[in-house]
Ligand binder design. Structure first.
Ligand code: ADP
Ligand code: TPP
Ligand code: MG
Ligand code: MG
Ligand code: MG
Length: 324
Protein backbone atom coordinates (compact mmCIF):
# COMPACT_ATOMS: atom_id res chain seq x y z
CA UNK A 1 0.00 0.00 0.00
CA UNK A 2 1.49 3.37 -0.98
CA UNK A 3 0.84 6.81 0.47
CA UNK A 4 -2.20 7.44 -1.72
CA UNK A 5 -3.86 4.07 -1.07
CA UNK A 6 -3.25 4.69 2.60
CA UNK A 7 -5.01 8.08 2.46
CA UNK A 8 -7.96 6.50 0.63
CA UNK A 9 -8.16 3.79 3.27
CA UNK A 10 -8.47 6.24 6.15
CA UNK A 11 -10.87 8.70 4.48
CA UNK A 12 -14.31 9.09 6.08
CA UNK A 13 -17.25 8.22 3.80
CA UNK A 14 -19.61 10.62 5.53
CA UNK A 15 -19.03 13.72 7.63
CA UNK A 16 -21.07 14.73 10.67
CA UNK A 17 -20.17 18.43 11.00
CA UNK A 18 -22.62 20.72 9.19
CA UNK A 19 -20.07 23.53 8.78
CA UNK A 20 -17.84 21.41 6.52
CA UNK A 21 -17.61 22.46 2.86
CA UNK A 22 -14.57 20.44 1.70
CA UNK A 23 -12.99 17.55 3.59
CA UNK A 24 -10.15 15.22 2.53
CA UNK A 25 -9.27 15.23 -1.19
CA UNK A 26 -8.13 18.69 -2.22
CA UNK A 27 -5.13 20.84 -1.24
CA UNK A 28 -6.84 21.90 1.98
CA UNK A 29 -10.11 21.56 3.86
CA UNK A 30 -12.78 24.28 4.01
CA UNK A 31 -15.40 24.96 6.66
CA UNK A 32 -17.64 27.93 7.38
CA UNK A 33 -18.81 28.92 10.81
CA UNK A 34 -20.55 32.25 11.23
CA UNK A 35 -21.61 32.89 14.78
CA UNK A 36 -18.95 31.31 16.93
CA UNK A 37 -15.30 31.71 17.83
CA UNK A 38 -12.95 29.13 16.29
CA UNK A 39 -10.47 27.44 18.62
CA UNK A 40 -7.49 25.42 17.42
CA UNK A 41 -4.46 23.63 18.81
CA UNK A 42 -1.92 20.95 17.92
CA UNK A 43 -0.30 18.22 20.02
CA UNK A 44 2.31 15.69 19.01
CA UNK A 45 2.71 12.09 20.11
CA UNK A 46 6.10 10.42 19.69
CA UNK A 47 7.17 6.77 20.04
CA UNK A 48 9.26 6.16 23.19
CA UNK A 49 8.33 9.59 24.61
CA UNK A 50 4.55 9.36 24.87
CA UNK A 51 4.18 5.60 24.45
CA UNK A 52 6.10 2.47 23.69
CA UNK A 53 4.95 -0.71 22.03
CA UNK A 54 5.15 -2.30 25.50
CA UNK A 55 2.75 0.21 27.03
CA UNK A 56 0.17 0.53 24.26
CA UNK A 57 -1.46 -1.35 21.43
CA UNK A 58 -1.87 0.58 18.16
CA UNK A 59 -5.56 1.22 18.95
CA UNK A 60 -4.58 2.92 22.23
CA UNK A 61 -1.93 5.03 20.50
CA UNK A 62 -4.58 6.56 18.24
CA UNK A 63 -7.14 6.89 21.01
CA UNK A 64 -4.75 8.53 23.51
CA UNK A 65 -3.28 10.93 20.93
CA UNK A 66 -6.65 12.35 19.92
CA UNK A 67 -7.87 12.31 23.55
CA UNK A 68 -5.02 14.69 24.49
CA UNK A 69 -6.09 17.09 21.76
CA UNK A 70 -9.77 16.92 22.71
CA UNK A 71 -8.69 17.65 26.27
CA UNK A 72 -7.17 20.96 25.14
CA UNK A 73 -10.50 21.82 23.49
CA UNK A 74 -12.26 20.99 26.78
CA UNK A 75 -9.81 23.24 28.62
CA UNK A 76 -10.98 26.09 26.38
CA UNK A 77 -14.63 25.28 27.11
CA UNK A 78 -15.11 24.57 23.44
CA UNK A 79 -16.78 21.83 21.40
CA UNK A 80 -14.29 19.94 19.22
CA UNK A 81 -15.40 19.55 15.59
CA UNK A 82 -12.50 18.67 13.28
CA UNK A 83 -9.07 17.08 13.36
CA UNK A 84 -6.13 16.79 10.96
CA UNK A 85 -3.46 14.12 11.37
CA UNK A 86 0.16 14.40 10.34
CA UNK A 87 1.75 10.95 10.62
CA UNK A 88 5.36 9.80 10.27
CA UNK A 89 5.36 6.05 9.59
CA UNK A 90 8.39 3.78 10.08
CA UNK A 91 8.73 0.76 7.77
CA UNK A 92 8.24 -1.81 10.54
CA UNK A 93 4.66 -0.71 11.28
CA UNK A 94 2.23 -3.04 9.46
CA UNK A 95 -0.91 -2.03 7.58
CA UNK A 96 -2.95 -3.64 10.36
CA UNK A 97 -1.09 -1.57 13.02
CA UNK A 98 -1.83 1.62 11.10
CA UNK A 99 -5.46 0.69 10.56
CA UNK A 100 -5.75 0.09 14.33
CA UNK A 101 -4.20 3.49 15.17
CA UNK A 102 -6.84 5.11 12.97
CA UNK A 103 -9.58 2.96 14.54
CA UNK A 104 -8.52 4.25 17.96
CA UNK A 105 -8.77 7.84 16.75
CA UNK A 106 -12.07 7.15 15.00
CA UNK A 107 -13.50 5.66 18.18
CA UNK A 108 -13.00 8.75 20.33
CA UNK A 109 -13.73 11.06 17.35
CA UNK A 110 -17.15 9.46 16.87
CA UNK A 111 -17.87 9.76 20.57
CA UNK A 112 -17.14 13.49 20.26
CA UNK A 113 -18.85 14.04 16.86
CA UNK A 114 -15.59 15.00 15.14
CA UNK A 115 -14.64 14.70 11.47
CA UNK A 116 -11.18 13.92 10.09
CA UNK A 117 -10.68 16.59 7.40
CA UNK A 118 -7.02 16.33 6.44
CA UNK A 119 -3.45 15.59 7.36
CA UNK A 120 -0.14 14.49 5.91
CA UNK A 121 1.60 11.12 5.44
CA UNK A 122 5.38 10.62 5.33
CA UNK A 123 7.78 7.79 6.10
CA UNK A 124 10.44 8.16 8.79
CA UNK A 125 12.40 6.52 11.60
CA UNK A 126 9.92 6.47 14.48
CA UNK A 127 6.16 6.77 14.72
CA UNK A 128 5.03 10.36 15.23
CA UNK A 129 1.42 11.52 15.28
CA UNK A 130 0.80 15.22 15.21
CA UNK A 131 -2.86 16.11 15.49
CA UNK A 132 -4.45 19.50 14.89
CA UNK A 133 -7.90 20.02 16.37
CA UNK A 134 -10.44 22.70 15.56
CA UNK A 135 -13.51 23.48 17.62
CA UNK A 136 -16.14 26.15 18.15
CA UNK A 137 -17.27 28.08 21.17
CA UNK A 138 -19.91 30.77 21.70
CA UNK A 139 -18.43 34.23 21.10
CA UNK A 140 -16.16 35.36 23.97
CA UNK A 141 -16.86 32.16 25.95
CA UNK A 142 -13.36 30.65 25.65
CA UNK A 143 -12.08 29.71 29.10
CA UNK A 144 -8.61 31.08 29.76
CA UNK A 145 -5.94 30.23 32.31
CA UNK A 146 -5.88 33.94 33.07
CA UNK A 147 -9.45 34.08 34.41
CA UNK A 148 -8.88 33.09 38.05
CA UNK A 149 -9.57 35.71 40.76
CA UNK A 150 -8.87 35.71 44.51
CA UNK A 151 -11.82 34.12 46.35
CA UNK A 152 -12.52 31.49 43.66
CA UNK A 153 -12.99 27.81 44.44
CA UNK A 154 -10.49 25.44 42.79
CA UNK A 155 -11.92 22.18 41.47
CA UNK A 156 -10.83 19.17 39.43
CA UNK A 157 -12.73 16.57 37.43
CA UNK A 158 -12.26 12.80 37.79
CA UNK A 159 -9.53 11.24 39.90
CA UNK A 160 -5.84 12.16 39.70
CA UNK A 161 -2.79 9.92 39.43
CA UNK A 162 -4.58 7.06 37.65
CA UNK A 163 -2.64 7.42 34.41
CA UNK A 164 0.81 7.65 36.02
CA UNK A 165 -0.01 4.67 38.26
CA UNK A 166 -1.19 2.71 35.19
CA UNK A 167 2.03 3.53 33.34
CA UNK A 168 4.11 2.50 36.38
CA UNK A 169 2.32 -0.85 36.55
CA UNK A 170 2.76 -1.43 32.82
CA UNK A 171 6.49 -0.73 33.05
CA UNK A 172 7.29 -2.51 36.33
CA UNK A 173 4.87 -5.35 36.92
CA UNK A 174 4.03 -8.75 35.47
CA UNK A 175 0.78 -9.83 33.89
CA UNK A 176 -0.94 -10.90 37.09
CA UNK A 177 -0.52 -7.47 38.74
CA UNK A 178 -1.49 -5.79 35.46
CA UNK A 179 -4.78 -7.73 35.50
CA UNK A 180 -5.46 -6.60 39.06
CA UNK A 181 -4.89 -2.93 38.16
CA UNK A 182 -6.51 -3.05 34.72
CA UNK A 183 -8.65 0.00 35.55
CA UNK A 184 -5.57 2.20 36.04
CA UNK A 185 -3.91 0.84 32.91
CA UNK A 186 -7.08 1.63 30.93
CA UNK A 187 -7.03 5.19 32.31
CA UNK A 188 -3.51 5.55 30.96
CA UNK A 189 -4.36 4.11 27.55
CA UNK A 190 -7.83 5.55 27.09
CA UNK A 191 -8.29 8.73 29.15
CA UNK A 192 -11.63 10.58 29.13
CA UNK A 193 -11.33 14.22 28.11
CA UNK A 194 -14.16 16.45 29.42
CA UNK A 195 -15.42 18.66 26.55
CA UNK A 196 -19.14 18.06 27.23
CA UNK A 197 -18.79 19.00 30.89
CA UNK A 198 -16.75 22.12 30.05
CA UNK A 199 -19.09 23.20 27.28
CA UNK A 200 -22.10 22.86 29.56
CA UNK A 201 -20.68 25.43 31.98
CA UNK A 202 -21.79 28.12 29.50
CA UNK A 203 -24.08 29.92 31.92
CA UNK A 204 -21.10 30.77 34.16
CA UNK A 205 -19.70 34.11 33.06
CA UNK A 206 -16.14 33.69 34.36
CA UNK A 207 -14.21 30.46 34.84
CA UNK A 208 -10.52 29.59 34.46
CA UNK A 209 -9.71 26.16 33.01
CA UNK A 210 -6.59 24.14 32.21
CA UNK A 211 -6.26 20.47 31.38
CA UNK A 212 -4.00 18.15 33.33
CA UNK A 213 -1.43 16.80 30.88
CA UNK A 214 1.74 17.43 32.91
CA UNK A 215 0.48 17.04 36.49
CA UNK A 216 -1.70 19.25 38.65
CA UNK A 217 1.29 21.06 40.23
CA UNK A 218 2.30 22.29 36.80
CA UNK A 219 -1.22 23.12 35.59
CA UNK A 220 -2.11 24.98 38.80
CA UNK A 221 1.08 27.04 38.44
CA UNK A 222 0.08 27.90 34.86
CA UNK A 223 -3.23 29.31 36.13
CA UNK A 224 -1.42 31.15 38.96
CA UNK A 225 1.06 32.70 36.49
CA UNK A 226 -1.53 33.63 33.88
CA UNK A 227 -4.02 35.06 36.41
CA UNK A 228 -1.47 36.59 38.81
CA UNK A 229 -3.05 34.83 41.79
CA UNK A 230 -2.04 32.27 44.43
CA UNK A 231 -3.48 28.77 44.19
CA UNK A 232 -4.04 26.94 47.51
CA UNK A 233 -4.51 23.20 47.18
CA UNK A 234 -5.64 20.90 50.00
CA UNK A 235 -3.70 17.70 49.48
CA UNK A 236 -6.25 15.58 51.37
CA UNK A 237 -9.07 16.79 49.09
CA UNK A 238 -7.43 15.63 45.86
CA UNK A 239 -9.66 12.85 44.50
CA UNK A 240 -8.00 9.54 43.71
CA UNK A 241 -9.06 6.00 42.92
CA UNK A 242 -9.17 3.34 45.66
CA UNK A 243 -6.72 1.20 43.70
CA UNK A 244 -3.95 3.73 44.44
CA UNK A 245 -4.16 2.89 48.14
CA UNK A 246 -2.25 -0.34 47.52
CA UNK A 247 0.93 1.65 46.79
CA UNK A 248 3.51 3.42 48.87
CA UNK A 249 2.27 6.82 50.16
CA UNK A 250 5.14 8.73 48.51
CA UNK A 251 4.40 7.13 45.15
CA UNK A 252 0.73 8.00 45.47
CA UNK A 253 1.69 11.59 46.19
CA UNK A 254 4.07 11.75 43.23
CA UNK A 255 1.41 10.40 40.87
CA UNK A 256 -1.39 12.67 42.13
CA UNK A 257 0.64 15.89 42.08
CA UNK A 258 3.15 15.40 39.27
CA UNK A 259 2.01 12.34 37.28
CA UNK A 260 0.22 13.94 34.37
CA UNK A 261 -1.68 12.47 31.44
CA UNK A 262 -4.94 12.18 33.37
CA UNK A 263 -6.49 14.67 30.93
CA UNK A 264 -8.87 15.85 33.61
CA UNK A 265 -9.63 19.55 34.08
CA UNK A 266 -8.53 21.93 36.82
CA UNK A 267 -10.63 25.07 37.11
CA UNK A 268 -11.50 28.01 39.31
CA UNK A 269 -14.97 29.57 39.69
CA UNK A 270 -16.53 32.24 41.88
CA UNK A 271 -18.13 30.67 45.00
CA UNK A 272 -21.58 31.75 43.83
CA UNK A 273 -21.24 29.54 40.74
CA UNK A 274 -20.05 26.38 42.50
CA UNK A 275 -23.60 24.96 42.63
CA UNK A 276 -23.86 25.30 38.83
CA UNK A 277 -20.60 23.38 38.42
CA UNK A 278 -21.95 20.60 40.66
CA UNK A 279 -25.24 20.47 38.72
CA UNK A 280 -23.45 20.28 35.35
CA UNK A 281 -21.20 17.57 36.78
CA UNK A 282 -24.26 15.59 37.75
CA UNK A 283 -26.06 16.03 34.43
CA UNK A 284 -22.95 15.08 32.43
CA UNK A 285 -22.01 12.22 34.78
CA UNK A 286 -18.67 13.85 35.58
CA UNK A 287 -17.02 13.54 38.97
CA UNK A 288 -16.07 16.97 40.29
CA UNK A 289 -14.29 17.84 43.55
CA UNK A 290 -13.41 21.14 45.25
CA UNK A 291 -9.72 20.96 46.16
CA UNK A 292 -8.82 24.45 47.32
CA UNK A 293 -9.18 28.19 46.92
CA UNK A 294 -7.57 31.16 45.20
CA UNK A 295 -5.94 34.02 47.13
CA UNK A 296 -4.06 37.18 46.16
CA UNK A 297 -0.73 37.08 44.38
CA UNK A 298 2.42 36.90 46.50
CA UNK A 299 6.11 37.10 45.64
CA UNK A 300 6.49 33.34 45.85
CA UNK A 301 7.45 31.52 42.68
CA UNK A 302 5.61 29.32 41.93
CA UNK A 303 2.45 30.74 43.41
CA UNK A 304 0.98 27.40 44.41
CA UNK A 305 0.72 26.26 48.04
CA UNK A 306 0.01 22.75 49.21
CA UNK A 307 -1.91 22.50 52.49
CA UNK A 308 -1.59 19.13 54.18
CA UNK A 309 -2.97 18.58 57.67
CA UNK A 310 -1.52 21.64 59.44
CA UNK A 311 1.50 22.08 57.13
CA UNK A 312 1.74 24.53 54.25
CA UNK A 313 4.49 24.20 51.64
CA UNK A 314 5.28 25.65 48.24
CA UNK A 315 4.26 23.18 45.54
CA UNK A 316 7.10 23.03 43.03
CA UNK A 317 6.23 23.39 39.38
CA UNK A 318 7.77 20.04 38.62
CA UNK A 319 5.82 17.76 36.37
CA UNK A 320 6.50 16.32 32.97
CA UNK A 321 8.75 18.68 30.98
CA UNK A 322 10.26 18.13 27.54
CA UNK A 323 13.82 19.38 26.74
CA UNK A 324 14.86 19.14 30.39
N1 ADP B 1 6.80 24.92 18.97
C1 ADP B 1 5.82 25.78 19.23
N2 ADP B 1 5.59 26.81 18.39
C2 ADP B 1 4.59 27.68 18.65
N3 ADP B 1 3.80 27.62 19.73
C3 ADP B 1 3.98 26.63 20.60
C4 ADP B 1 5.00 25.65 20.39
N4 ADP B 1 4.96 24.79 21.42
C5 ADP B 1 3.94 25.18 22.23
N5 ADP B 1 3.35 26.30 21.74
C6 ADP B 1 2.24 27.05 22.35
O1 ADP B 1 2.53 27.25 23.73
C7 ADP B 1 1.38 27.17 24.57
C8 ADP B 1 1.56 26.11 25.65
O2 ADP B 1 1.77 24.83 25.05
P1 ADP B 1 1.66 23.48 25.89
O3 ADP B 1 2.37 23.66 27.18
O4 ADP B 1 2.05 22.34 25.01
O5 ADP B 1 0.11 23.42 26.18
P2 ADP B 1 -0.71 22.12 26.54
O6 ADP B 1 -0.05 21.56 27.78
O7 ADP B 1 -2.09 22.63 26.78
O8 ADP B 1 -0.63 21.21 25.35
C9 ADP B 1 0.22 26.88 23.61
O9 ADP B 1 -0.36 28.12 23.26
C10 ADP B 1 0.92 26.28 22.39
O10 ADP B 1 0.17 26.47 21.21
C1 TPP C 1 6.68 5.12 27.41
C2 TPP C 1 6.26 6.35 28.17
N1 TPP C 1 7.17 7.00 28.92
C3 TPP C 1 6.80 8.11 29.62
C4 TPP C 1 5.52 8.57 29.57
C5 TPP C 1 5.12 9.77 30.42
N2 TPP C 1 4.82 11.00 29.68
C6 TPP C 1 5.15 11.18 28.41
S1 TPP C 1 4.63 12.67 27.82
C7 TPP C 1 3.96 13.12 29.30
C8 TPP C 1 3.30 14.48 29.51
C9 TPP C 1 2.23 14.83 28.51
O1 TPP C 1 2.73 15.03 27.21
P1 TPP C 1 3.01 16.47 26.57
O2 TPP C 1 3.63 16.28 25.24
O3 TPP C 1 3.74 17.32 27.55
O4 TPP C 1 1.53 16.95 26.40
P2 TPP C 1 0.93 18.46 26.49
O5 TPP C 1 1.33 19.00 27.84
O6 TPP C 1 1.53 19.25 25.37
O7 TPP C 1 -0.55 18.26 26.36
C10 TPP C 1 4.16 12.10 30.24
C11 TPP C 1 3.71 12.15 31.66
C12 TPP C 1 4.60 7.85 28.75
N3 TPP C 1 3.32 8.24 28.61
N4 TPP C 1 5.00 6.75 28.09
MG1 MG D 1 0.85 20.83 24.02
MG1 MG E 1 -3.50 21.76 27.65
MG1 MG F 1 3.20 19.16 28.33
Amino acid sequence: MDEFDFIKSIQQKNYVQSSLIKGIGDDAAVFRQNYKDTVTSVDTFVEDIHFSRNTMLPFHIGYRALAANISDMAAMGCEPAYYLISIVIPKHWSEKDLADIYLGMKDIATENKMDLIGGDTVSGKELVLSITVIGFVDKDKSRYRSHAISGDIIFVTGTLGDSAAGLHILMNHEKETQEKFKYLIDRHRMPTPRPVFANNLKSISRIALNDISDGIANEAAEIADASKVTMNIEYNSIPYHDLLKGFDKDMQKEWKLFGGEDFELIGTVPKKDWDIVKKVAESTKTKVTAIGYVTDYTDSNPNVFLHEDKDVSILDKSGYTHLK
